[in-house]
Design a protein around this ligand. Structure first.
Ligand SMILES: C[S@@+](CC[C@H](N)C(=O)[O-])C[C@H]1O[C@@H](n2cnc3c(N)ncnc32)[C@H](O)[C@@H]1O
Length: 576
């Protein structure tokens, strides 16, 4: 992975005298001087000492790639991704790296795209080597089992491969190697992760229906199942939704398929068991809150797989100082017992990050949706469960809970309320004097193509059902609104529902944010960007003699470059 991707990762700066740190520094020097063999030797020595050194795996992957040792490079990139899942956030770069390491997948992407919507056979996609050209590649297997494939041409390859594997699985004469089965299972996991977003044909749907009936009949008759037939069904439907789901757990399966059963049966069952234990801290009565709750009960957002690693904990003051070196905020001075509210915590990824990031923090994580909270609770590492309290509640009623907080975090939430500014005021009411708040709000300018896509959806009367979401995506890809593929959320069903089909969405402008800050006596601390983007703005603002907290300047900048806040306005404010 390249420099930009690695910037998303934590830095390793071991103290001097640390042999692993010294080896790493030597290896980096050799790599920079293009002494590839020496760099590879040093990274390998380091990895004997520290097999979990993600940066060493990543750098060794780059060295091996430069040496043309593609399979070995792929294995080390896969280990880096497993150790540092945040690298997946740079999906464009990950896909480019994959294509560089696995040329047959790049060629298959070109062919699948050129032929679309026609589905290609294995031979047409991958030549005479067939599936074996890609099936054992570590990085591809890692990607399939970790995040939605966020690239349209890769999605098209996988859509065609899935159909070929279905055809092969239902053909009793077709041989299936252990590697073929493992690939089929990895693809089944990918489909569960993206919630079955790949397009299907009517013929394919009928085949899947038939396959499900045949498996059901075999189970009823006590006939042993061929594992690949079950893996094939799991590529199209979540196993937990099948009428014979529980009997699947009574049998022994090959390890790759057993992993699919864990993902698709055991984990959802664990989430269902957690439902009764989620406390409700407020009633939910508001009409919009009820509709929003319903959406997220059906489609918890986001369905993430791995938490970022290597998060160093610090005080809130150090965190803000790191983000905003020159901002004039008043330090909270809290080094212990920091109380944090994560309002609209969804499936918990951010609440977990917050609990890890802030020293001695106790987190109340509230959401409307019990399904989201159960997902969050299942995914929370055991040591953090003592510090994160998950509860169902409505932001509109949080004032009745009788608690206040040093920090309030509400990212991607208020714009789903009937009156986002009212929601913001309710959160301010539970923020202690001098406390700080992090918000994420949609930008009117940044989402102009999403607004157009929503109009397209309304005009063509697509419903927010999985089948319509699948059809709508394919239609959008044929129009200029294909630009919405730049949002990660386009690539899984509940995220795509959140992106384009939301029951309640509004957007904000910088002048409206500024007016709210003035009316409520809030100090603007700064916008959050990733490091590279931030550096660009710091230079731009410094050269122009502007302050980074001057919202009029930011408004000018956004008007000139409407994608400045395409994902959201992410910012911190402080209460007087
Ligand atoms: C787009 S998701 C964002 C989840 C999370 N903040 C994140 O960034 O991953 C919005 C979440 O806000 C929650 N939400 C919306 N309105 C809410 C309200 N009035 N009270 C509590 N939660 C709310 C929804 O249930 C949903 O889980």
């Amino acid at each position: 992975m390249n420099r930009k991707q690695r910037r998303a990762a934590p830095k390793h700066s071991p103290p001097s005298g640390d042999p692993a740190g010294e080896l790493f520094a030597q290896a980096v020097r050799s790599q920079q001087q293009n002494q590839l063999a020496e760099a590879a030797r040093l990274y390998k020595r380091l990895l004997v000492l520290r097999p979990d050194h993600a940066e060493a795996h990543n750098n060794l992957g780059r060295v091996l790639h430069a040496q043309g040792k593609l399979t070995d490079a792929s294995a080390h990139f896969a280990q880096a991704l497993a150790l540092m899942p945040q690298l997946f956030e740079q999906s464009g770069g990950i896909c480019a790296t994959l294509v560089g390491l696995l040329p047959p997948i790049g060629e298959a992407m070109r062919r699948a795209n050129a032929a679309w919507p026609k589905r290609l056979t294995l031979d047409q996609l991958l030549g005479s080597a067939g599936l074996s050209a890609i099936s054992a590649d570590p990085m591809l297997l890692c990607l399939l089992q970790s995040v939605p494939a966020r690239e349209v041409s890769l999605e098209r390859v996988l859509t065609s491969l899935r159909l070929s594997l279905l055809d092969a699985a239902i053909d009793p004469g077709m041989p299936f190697s252990a590697a073929d089965l493992a690939f089929c299972c990895a693809l089944a996991k990918q489909c569960f992760i993206n919630e079955y977003i790949f397009a299907t044909t009517a013929g394919e749907d009928a085949q899947v229906e038939h396959l499900q009936a045949a498996i059901g009949a075999a189970i009823a008759a006590g006939t042993p199942l061929v594992p690949v037939t079950l893996a094939a069904l799991a590529m199209y439907r979540p196993l937990h939704g099948l009428p014979f789901a529980t009997s699947l757990l009574e049998q022994t399966w090959p390890p790759a398929l057993d992993d699919v059963l864990t993902q698709q049966l055991r984990e959802p069952s664990h989430e269902r068991e957690l439902r009764a234990a989620i406390p409700r801290v407020t009633p939910i009565e508001d009409e919009v809150s009820l509709r929003v709750r319903q959406q997220y009960e059906e489609s918890p957002y986001p369905r993430w797989i791995q938490i970022p690693s290597g998060i160093e904990s610090s005080t809130i003051d150090m965190h803000l100082r790191g983000l905003f070196p020159t901002a004039a905020f008043t330090p909270l001075g809290k080094t212990e017992d920091l109380e944090i509210l994560v309002a609209g915590c969804g499936t918990g990824r951010h609440a977990i990050w917050v609990a890890q990031r802030f020293q001695d923090a106790r987190v109340l994580a509230v959401d409307l949706s019990v399904s989201s909270l159960c997902f969050a609770k299942r995914k929370t590492p055991a040591p953090l469960l003592e510090r994160i309290e998950y509860a169902q509640g409505d932001i509109l009623k949080l004032g009745t809970v009788g608690r206040s907080f040093d920090v309030v975090d509400a990212s991607g939430v208020l714009h789903h309320m009937a009156d986002p500014l009212d929601g913001w005021r309710r959160l301010l009411a539970v923020l202690r004097p001098g406390g700080v708040m992090h918000l994420g709000l949609y930008s009117e300018l940044g989402r102009r193509d999403v607004v157009a896509a929503r109009a397209f959806i309304a005009e063509r009367k697509f419903a927010p059902t999985p089948a319509d979401i699948r059809r709508c995506r394919q239609d959008l890809l044929e129009t200029s609104l294909r630009s919405v593929t730049r949002f990660h959320d386009f690539f899984s069903t509940s995220e795509c529902r959140d992106l384009l089909f939301h029951v309640q969405e509004s957007r904000m402008t910088i002048p409206a944010i500024k007016a709210f800050l003035i009316a409520n006596g809030l100090k603007f601390i700064g916008f959050v960007f990733d490091r590279a983007v931030l550096k660009r703005y710091q230079t731009l603002f410094a050269d122009a003699g502007w302050s980074m907290t001057d919202l009029d300047r930011w408004h000018e900048e956004e008007t000139k470059y409407p994608d400045t806040f395409a994902s959201m306005y992410q910012f911190w404010v402080q209460k007087a």
